[in-house]
Design a protein around this ligand. Sequence first.
Ligand code: ZN
Length: 218
Amino acid sequence: MQIKLDWKVSLILRRMKIICIGRNYVNHAKELGNEIPTEPLFFLKPDTAIQPKGHPFFIPDFSDNIHFEVELVVKIDKIGKHIEECFAHKYYSKIGLGIDFTARDIQEQCKAEGLPWEKAKGFDGSAQISRTFIDKSELDLNNISFRLEKNGEEVQKGNSSEMLFNFDKIITYISKFYTLKIGDLIYTGTPAGVAKVIAGETLKGFIADKEMFKVVVK
Ligand code: ZN
């Protein structure tokens, strides 16, 4: 295969990363028996974790306990590093909704052995993302309600007001370590109610009453 001279430039421009915040809702940290963090806890998913739009979620054969975690997602639209909290709002304009699918059995094993979580969090299809994003001018960022329905029944419900670290604090913290780029997605943590997915279920995510995504589990 021929590689163009500008391959490096195009890679830098095109590739994005997915950053996920853990334990950002007290009720979820408690349901898993975790400590309440004093600073944001984050991990990465590779870009290949993104679920193609409209595709079902296939339960991978390496896990017997895949959990859904519905989360508000911030899309970065300006490159930045060492972003001050008072300027953080300039780095994003849209909010979406996603599921951070997690192989809980593998994660528990990694945690017990003091190993990184990526195997449990970054597998193909583990990042469900809404088709559309909502312009932040249409939202009260400190009061965004969202929920997940399983087969029409509410299983998770959250509000951005319950986040330990709000969008701006998260961006400020992450940008101390990583340069944020246009197109990067930040999954901002899940509220209580996470549970195992079973083949045949349909999961629907909502911000307020707007349906953001629908995914069938297979
Ligand atoms: Zn999560």
